[in-house]
Design a protein around this ligand. Structure first.
Ligand code: HEM
Length: 139
């Protein structure tokens, strides 16, 4: 495969280029789709349309560790052989996987905000009532 960015970084021992997560996570759409399976990095951009399981599932795994998803499907030995055509490198040892941001729970502070507003309201009412009471008493 030609024109792979950083091809020249190919390591001497394994022959496989060591790739960091910081680079992998950038390749997660139709233009360029990489995924990690068993610590190996695959560029499946050109395979997307041919994938018997559909391109959607591959896109979902773009820029991520797809090992579990890949194994859960129980891919055939043929599929595993085919997969090797798309091998571009291996995960750099010690490369730290970025924390995935999934659907966030309610941001903290939302509840606190409404609590503060409620306290303000109660405070204002107490203030008005007190002022009213003081005025009455002073008469
Ligand atoms: C380089 C990576 C991959 C290759 C080469 C590949 C290849 C294949 C092949 C050849 C098949 C046909 C059945 C078989 O031979 O096992 C298949 C089916 C399937 N693949 Fe993949 N696959 C890859 C990654 C993935 C990933 C990451 C997922 C994520 C969920 C996935 C999901 C599926 C599903 C759901 C099917 C079943 C389709 C069906 O039987 O209806 N594949 N794949």
């Amino acid at each position: 495969m030609a024109d792979l960015p950083g091809d020249e970084e190919t390591s001497s021992e394994g022959g496989l280029r060591k790739i960091e997560w910081s680079e992998i996570v950038k390749h997660k759409d139709q233009n360029s789709l990489w995924m990690v399976v068993h610590n190996k990095v695959y560029d499946v951009t050109k395979f997307m349309e041919e994938h018997p399981g559909g391109e959607e599932v591959l896109l979902e795994q773009g820029g991520r560790d797809a090992t579990e998803a890949f194994e859960d499907v129980g891919h055939s030995p043929d599929a595993r052989e085919l997969q090797q055509n798309y091998l571009i490198g291996e995960l750099a040892a010690g490369s730290v996987k970025p924390v995935e941001k999934k659907t966030k729970p309610d941001p903290p502070g939302v509840q606190d905000d409404s609590l503060i507003r409620m306290l303000h309201l109660i405070g204002s009412i107490v203030l008005v009532l007190t002022a009213y009471g003081v005025e009455k008493l002073s008469k």
